[in-house]
Design a protein around this ligand. Sequence first.
Ligand SMILES: Nc1nc2c(ncn2[C@@H]2O[C@H](COP(=O)(O)OP(=O)(O)OP(=O)(O)O)[C@@H](O)[C@H]2O)c(=O)[nH]1
Length: 209
Amino acid sequence: MRIPSIGGVILAGGKSSRMGQPKELLPWKEGTLIAHLHKELTGAGLPCLIVSHAPETIERMGGMQADAAVDVVRDQVPSCGPISGIVTAFRLRSEEVLLVLSCDLPFVEQKHLKKLIDYAAQQSDWDAVVVKTGDRVHPLLALYHRRSQPYWEEALSAGQYRLMEVLQKLRIVWTPPDLLDAWAAYNANTPEEYRCALEEKKKRESASL
Ligand SMILES: Nc1nc2c(ncn2[C@@H]2O[C@H](COP(=O)(O)OP(=O)(O)OP(=O)(O)O)[C@@H](O)[C@H]2O)c(=O)[nH]1
């Protein structure tokens, strides 16, 4: 399916209660997790929208490249979980397709995003292309077509905030389990998972010396 335009979206409006501090602002590489994701999205040639509960903090602390385009906005309907962010992004952006990322993906790189986009372009008639690694699905590492917007809007108005329930209504293409490796979709939700990501990063750095 030809994809005329794609916008990148990072959801960073969660409570981070398991992490105990805002996950998106954890140190990562030369900056923060969110700056890393912003860099990978813009590196893949996509404009970037960040939907956050604390836009001022992100603009101040994110360490994002000053020259790259980024919009940081608040949820239009706050406190309803990732669906709030997805609806806000569809309302504010005009692209046909949104590449939606959670803010806690330390190992996502532009090569993964490009693979996902290339794969999606080869598929037809989808509302969503969602990453699957092994038997795990990753609805916040996914492409959503503007055709899916009414389903997100409807869920938000109905107070039904579970991503998987919306997904059940969409025409979904799941990526083949080997398109992206499990590390690419690894989420750091807890201090333990963040430590584990830091160890993996160190291993990779020493392997590349
Ligand atoms: N814009 C926006 N993003 C959200 C909201 N809730 C969660 N997210 C984002 O959605 C992604 C997945 O969120 P979770 O990890 O399930 O939830 P969380 O609230 O961040 O973390 P926990 O409190 O530990 O569950 C993260 O990138 C969150 O920042 C919200 O209300 N608005």
